[in-house]
Design a protein around this ligand. Structure first.
Ligand SMILES: *Cc1c(COP(=O)(O)O)cnc(C)c1O
Length: 384
């Protein structure tokens, strides 16, 4: 357990192995908004799951090693990171699968409504799924920019991200949730670009349902399972579409009909990817005892250092204002793919998003102020 009430940028760097730069040194790794770096604790947890659990006890691991309970146990470790009281978060499937389940379940909470309102700039999987869920549930899909969304008496569901995946703009969820609730709609928030980068207060905001990715700022590893949040007030009535056996109230009774598990457990679908889930469990050690407001402040300081070192002519699409900035900063460049590759050759790992954006992710646990300035300097050199 770390005691670090006011973390500085790079406060947990010693707890990570960073990808290599071409010269063999540690890369300046600013792709944590896409895939977080590897915490030592994730490796240890994964090796222990393979050697001490799977190899040693076999099938008994479902009970003896706590595998069966792990989706909710790990969910309860994520809960404080998103402002959720215990018992409202479950981990198991991909963000896309969890989102599908929650969008349909949200629509079923408002059977008398006709519209699914979604962010026009939502991450592709969120947009594709909203389109399919609207078709499946008979809702009409309408889209808009989050601040301009105007839900009304027709709106069943409002689907919004906490941060725009492309521009890095942070949305103020409070007025969005308030307007949705005034109109009688249910809010499904996607926290993929927020969790682990900044405090989120799901209970305080009154968000109804939420999902989030764990391989970005939570460093759970490639394909780490996502989490789903269901506010306790919906637990008894939530009607998920994927009625898999592990979400049954008594799965080993193997009964004829599906009876939902109490609480958020009904969102479980099939046997979860246990090795990935246990690697995530280890990765979460990085956040033990860490003040997320401090992580957020450190991430903003990194972004500020980057922006200050950037030549004035570079077009920054992310708002500079702290309240409107997420965990990454995006700049518009001509040939984003080419510059991304050129930066990688100089030991700076970022990513490109079409058509012309480069994203610089400021994951405070392992990114230092020097890293942020180096990235700006290398970009400037390439653009000169
Ligand atoms: C990263 C991300 C996802 C990822 O979905 P997967 O199912 O894990 O591939 C979904 N939504 C948003 C907003 C994301 O940022």
């Amino acid at each position: 357990m770390r005691s670090n009430s006011s973390p500085e940028p790079g406060f947990a760097r010693a707890d990570f192995t960073l990808p290599r730069a071409p010269d063999g040194s540690d890369a300046v790794y600013l792709a944590g908004n896409s895939l977080g770096a590897r915490p030592h604790a994730a490796r240890r947890a994964l090796l222990s799951a393979v050697d001490d659990q799977w190899a040693a006890v076999g099938v008994a691991g479902w009970e003896e090693s706590g595998w069966w309970a792990a989706p909710q146990r790990v969910g309860d470790r994520i809960a404080p990171l998103v402002g959720a009281a215990p018992g409202q978060v479950v981990v198991g499937d991909s963000t896309s699968v969890q989102l599908f389940g929650l969008l349909v379940a949200a629509a079923r909470l408002r059977p008398d409504r006709t519209v699914l309102l979604s962010d026009a700039g939502h991450f592709p999987t969120d947009r594709y799924l909203a389109t399919s869920v609207a078709r499946l549930t008979g809702l009409t899909l309408e889209t808009g920019a989050p601040p301009a969304m105007a839900p009304d008496e027709r709106t069943a569901v409002v689907a919004v991200p906490a941060v725009d995946f492309r521009t890095g703009e942070r949305w103020d969820l409070a007025p969005i949730v308030a307007r949705a609730h005034d109109a009688g709609a249910v809010v499904v928030a996607d926290l993929s670009h927020a969790v682990g980068a900044m405090p989120v207060d799901l209970d305080g905001l009154g968000v109804d349902l939420a999902v989030g990715c764990t391989y970005k700022y939570l460093n759970g590893g490639p394909g780490a399972p996502a989490f789903a949040y269901v506010a306790a007030r919906h637990h008894d009535v939530l009607d998920p579409p994927l009625t898999g056996w592990t979400g049954h109230a008594d799965p080993f009774a193997m009964t004829e009909a599906w009876t939902p598990a109490p609480g958020v457990g009904r969102l479980r679908v099939g046997t979860p990817p246990m090795l990935a889930l246990l690697a995530l469990d280890g990765a979460l050690d990085v956040f033990d005892g860490v003040d997320l407001a401090g992580v957020r402040a450190a991430s903003l300081a990194l972004g500020d250092a980057f922006l200050a070192a950037l030549p004035a002519h570079v077009e920054v699409v992310t708002p500079r204002e702290h309240a409107r900035r997420g965990g990454h900063v995006a700049v518009r460049v001509g040939d984003a793919e080419g510059l991304c590759a050129a930066l990688a050759r100089r030991g700076v790992v970022v990513d490109a998003r079409p058509p012309d954006l480069l994203r610089f992710g400021f994951a405070a646990p392992y990114v230092t102020l020097d890293d942020a300035r180096t990235a700006a300097r290398e970009l400037a050199a390439l653009l000169a």
